[in-house]
Design a protein around this ligand. Structure first.
Ligand code: ADP
Ligand code: MG
Length: 401
């Protein structure tokens, strides 16, 4: 793969595919980690006299403009972080984009509006995607792929566009891939993996591969309830994916056969309804119950105190840790204790610690931990999981050669 250093960028229009998909609450960025992570790449291009055209997706708009997913607040934040002017195009390949790009002087930056306001970006139809990629290609002379959080997507700006322009890999992706290599090739043991979050089916897949690599797998978050259910426990109204039960049972069997220890919650924090993560209204019916005694009308929303201790003990002697997915609904303080305990256990160990996942990374910062104390905080959740699953990532494949 070529790096930025291999490109002659001075005076050239350089398209940077970034991942600026940050969490927003009423138009305010609640965690700017992804913007800060790609800023050095943009700054380097600016310093070398490129005309920098930055593009990203934000959220999941339906292939047409939708103001709630505008990148405008991100342009403001990017400007603050870079400390240089950043112009903003109110479309992606239309008149505004053409005009702002044409107005760029050497060393200036513009951000295009959300790529996913165009149906071609995520289209499953190769021709439709390619047509959109060609419109994007017309805006620039060179391409730098640095949107690590999107490299697992076969999208126009990630997969098709690099084929149309001389391209290089950005520094963020280089760093991310270097860390993931360390988790797959030369892992120091014990290697402990913590899995949580809400996207159960997205996360179950990685276990398949980890069964040949990890020493222990700690299961928290929404996924835990499918495991508990598979073991014959009632889980009330907790997140549950019944169709995954056979897979989960097979994993538990293979874990036994391969000497990989699964650690499941022994107690959980429950409530009758999902907490209000905006107002943080007090949870009236908060309760902690044993994991095999979840009431029929209650939902498990965090690991309980006994599980916090158990997880901490299982992490204490780790030499390598990969953590993906908050173990509870950390956006409400009542259900943030488990996630806090996991973050603290990572810091207390002397392991090389890798945190992956947009919400996990945000949780670490929002809960007040010093991000520099972790080995690496990845900007990609799905991307890092698919890498660890051993899959070919379209956005990385496209940057080869
Ligand atoms: P990441 O972005 O780190 O990959 P996910 O997107 O999979 O993580 O999941 C993050 C979300 O999971 C958080 O918003 C959190 O509230 C939610 N979550 C964690 N535990 C539970 C649970 N027990 N039930 C429902 N949602 C949960
Ligand atoms: Mg997420």
């Amino acid at each position: 793969m070529k790096t930025i250093e291999d490109l002659d960028v001075a005076g050239k229009r350089v398209f940077v595919r970034a991942d600026l998909n940050v969490p927003l609450s009423d138009g305010t960025i609640t965690d700017d980690g992804r913007i800060r992570a790609v800023a050095p790449t943009i700054a380097k291009l600016v310093q070398r006299g490129a005309k920098v055209v930055v593009a990203s997706h934000l959220g999941r708009p339906k292939g047409e403009p939708d103001p709630q997913f505008s990148l405008a607040p991100v342009a403001d934040r990017l400007r603050e972080i870079l400390g240089t002017p950043v112009s903003f195009a109110t479309d992606t390949v239309g008149e505004s984009a053409k005009a702002t790009v044409a107005a760029l002087a050497d060393g200036e930056v513009t951000l295009l509006e959300n790529l996913r306001f165009n149906a071609g970006e995520t289209s499953k139809d190769d021709a439709e995607r390619k047509a959109f990629a060609e419109q994007l290609a017309a805006l620039a002379e060179l391409y730098v792929g640095d949107g690590f959080g999107a490299v697992h997507r076969k999208h126009a700006s990630v997969f098709d566009l690099p084929g149309l322009l001389p391209h290089a890999v950005g520094d963020l992706i280089s760093t991310e891939v270097g860390v993931l290599k360390r988790l797959t090739e030369e892992v120091e043991r014990p290697y402990v993996v913590v899995l949580g979050g809400s996207k159960v089916s997205d996360k179950v897949g990685v276990i398949d591969n980890l069964l040949g690599k990890a020493d222990r797998i700690l299961i928290g978050g929404g996924m835990a309830y499918t495991f508990l259910y598979a073991l014959g426990h009632e889980v009330g109204i907790s997140l549950l994916q019944k169709d995954q039960v056979p897979t989960v049972l097979e994993y538990l069997e293979r874990g036994k056969a391969n000497g990989v220890e699964f650690v499941l919650p022994v107690d959980v924090a429950v409530s009758a309804s999902f907490p209000d993560t905006k107002t943080h209204a007090p949870v009236e019916d908060f309760d902690v119950v044993d994991a095999d005694k979840i009431p029929a009308d209650k939902e498990g929303l965090d690991i309980g105190p006994k599980t916090r201790e158990l997880f901490a003990a299982k992490l204490a002697d780790a030499k390598t840790v990969f953590w993906n997915g908050p173990v509870g609904v950390f956006e409400h303080p009542t259900f943030a204790e488990g996630t806090k305990a996991v973050a603290q256990a990572l810091l207390d160990s002397d392991a090389f610690t890798v945190v992956g996942g947009g919400d996990s990374a945000a949780a670490v910062r929002i809960l007040g931990f010093d991000e520099t104390k972790f080995g690496h905080i990845s900007t990609g959740g799905g991307a890092s999981l698919e890498y660890l699953e051993g899959k070919t990532l379209p956005g990385l494949a496209a940057l080869e050669g």
